[in-house]
Design a protein around this ligand. Structure first.
Ligand code: HEM
Length: 445
């Protein structure tokens, strides 16, 4: 109470135009729990790992997703796993958890390296021309293709005329909207009409896919995520998901899965281009472990440095850089009273650069994730995949995908940032490079 209106406008403007700097300045000035007023309302920014742990784990039942960013996603993802809450969320989580079991992931590893090899094939022409390539766009296309293959066995490049084209375009329009959801959808601007039409189109395509698959006998279906969703049964009641819920979850896995992983990969390429020593160490590890072979999921256990590189990229540039919660009852976080009904922001971006928990926090230093140097660090100083019961269900999938893609590409190419290119962060729904990532491709001799 009592925040002058001018400050509310100033905060809203700073949050819109200098988001990351603004959040970090607030934390420097006011500490780890900050209460701030914007035009949409009052928010608490929770930066301390103890506060994050209480929200995501210890007292997680007190917090739901009836908060700002999730309201936008709900428009498209309905009551799928990411956006649902309460008992129906728990029921879905129980049904879907086994789908992401290691045994299923193993079959997806091959699809991931195949899609990467197809991209490298295409790169042959581009490398010959010495033309800069937008690696952010390449990673987006690659992870969308992997999503199409692993979700419903469709090749979104080859099947362009049947499902691929409308699907890819609708996905693009919706992702762009979710990244900058102003003005809200109920205001009928031309852009919002396009977004709603794209939403309808995507729902139609996915509904058709689900219906077609339902008609095939279960054994005949390919072993993709869609058939696993259709086969999932509640252990006690034997109940399955209805078509609408399967549809919402196909959309959810697609939207939650591909852009996040694409950004994780893009930032990794950027960091490696700035740190030739780390790149060299990574390539040496790959040479020793793989000896020129295409990597498989079994190889990943022998690639500890590769894993640390990805972990460090996810620390500095977490694709899900912030997410929100809504408090159902009063609570206390790090000694501060949080009233019922408050909206809260958790930001992996700010917490993962917290100087009390990270030495030289802005520096790229993958070895900080070695077991020796990780000892004693609070668990929730690092949460690129969230935590507690609502931990990202695709975490292992994403970590596997990013390591396989990285290893497969590095066996054939080194990527160099175009000289003079200035790469800026755009903290939209996900943290992206603002104007793409122009790089040149250099075949390994
Ligand atoms: C949840 C990040 C990849 C599917 C989450 C959350 C984060 C996250 C932070 C928790 C959100 C919250 O608590 O509010 C990421 C990042 C990824 C990634 C950084 C890539 C680097 C994936 C992939 C999939 C996926 C590949 C699917 C194949 C989901 C789903 C949830 C989720 C369904 C909701 C889980 C639940 O609430 O039970 N993700 N994710 N994610 N993610 Fe991911």
């Amino acid at each position: 109470p009592g925040t002058p209106l001018s400050s509310v406008f100033r905060n809203t403007n700073a949050m819109q135009h200098h988001t990351l700097e603004f959040l970090q300045a607030l934390i420097r000035q006011y500490g780890d729990i900050v209460r701030i007023r914007f035009l949409p309302g009052t928010f608490y920014l929770i930066n301390h790992p103890d506060g994050v742990k209480r929200i995501l784990q210890e007292n997680n039942r007190n917090y739901n997703k009836d908060a700002v960013d999730y309201r936008v996603l709900k428009e498209f993802l309905g009551r799928g796993l990411l956006t649902d809450d309460g008992p129906s969320w728990l029921e879905q989580r129980r049904l879907m958890q086994p789908i992401f079991h290691r045994q299923h992931l193993a079959t997806f590893g091959k699809l991931m390296t195949e899609a990467t090899l197809a991209m490298l094939q295409r790169w042959q022409d581009l490398a010959g021309q010495q033309q800069p390539v937008d690696i952010a766009a390449e990673m987006m296309r690659l992870t969308l293709r992997i999503a199409g293959k692993t979700l419903f066995s469709a090749d979104l490049d080859v099947d362009a005329r049947t499902i691929g084209q409308s699907f890819t375009k609708a996905n693009q329009v919706i992702t762009d909207y979710a990244n900058a959801p102003f003005p809200p959808l109920f205001i009928p601007t031309p852009r919002n009409r396009r977004v709603l039409a794209a939403g309808t189109e995507l729902v139609e395509v996915v509904t058709r896919l689900v219906k077609q698959r339902r008609q095939q006998s279960e054994e005949a279906g390919p072993p993709d995520l869609l058939s696993l969703l259709l086969q999932a049964r509640n252990e006690e009641t034997g109940a399955a998901m209805d078509d609408e819920l399967v549809r919402d979850n196909v959309m959810t896995l697609l939207i939650a899965g591909h852009e996040t992983t694409a950004n994780a990969l893009s930032w990794t390429w950027y960091l490696l281009s700035q740190h030739p020593d780390a790149e060299q160490r990574l390539c040496e590890e790959l040479d020793t472990a793989l000896n020129g072979r295409v990597p498989s999921i079994e190889d990943l256990a022998n690639l500890p440095y590769t894993r640390m590189v990805i972990e460090e990229a996810l620390r500095l540039y977490p694709p899900a850089w912030a997410f929100s919660r809504h408090a159902l009852e009063d609570d206390e976080l790090c000694g501060y009273h949080i009233p019922a009904g408050s909206d809260l922001f958790l930001s992996p971006y700010t917490t993962q650069r917290h100087p009390d928990f990270w030495e030289r926090p802005d520096e790229f230093d993958p070895l900080r994730f070695s077991p020796e140097r990780s000892a004693g660090r609070p668990h929730y100083a690092y949460f690129p995949f969230g935590g507690g019961p609502r931990l990202c269900i695709g975490r292992d999938f994403a970590l596997m995908e990013s390591r396989l893609v990285l290893a497969t590409v590095l066996q054939q190419y080194r990527l160099r940032l175009v000289p003079g290119a200035h790469i800026e962060m755009a903290p939209l729904l996900t943290l992206r490079p603002r104007d793409g990532l122009p790089m040149t491709l250099h075949p390994v001799a």
